[in-house]
Write a protein that binds this ligand. Structure first.
Ligand code: SF4
Ligand code: SF4
Length: 66
């Protein structure tokens, strides 16, 4: 299983605050965007606890089987 951030992430930061493992940051921008940040996941830190899924009100995080 792995967490994926989808392109419609608004960069609100709610998932970053919800992650107890410091696996999420707001540190990159959309390649085609206008300076808007989005969440980026560090899969080395992520334990797939799925806490961030419920924290995201925009349904911009998925948990899927790789
Ligand atoms: S699944 Fe858990 S550990 Fe992974 S990014 Fe989300 S809140 Fe953090
Ligand atoms: S993934 Fe969801 S909660 Fe996290 S920054 Fe993007 S919109 Fe906000």
């Amino acid at each position: 299983m792995a967490i994926t951030i989808l392109e419609h992430c608004t960069g609100c930061g709610a998932c970053v605050a919800a992650c107890r493992f410091d696996a999420l940051t707001l540190e990159t921008e959309y390649p085609e965007g206008f300076g808007q940040k989005m969440a980026v996941i560090d899969r080395e830190r992520c334990c797939v606890c799925n806490e961030c899924l419920s924290a995201c009100r925009y349904w911009a995080i998925t948990s899927e089987i790789l």
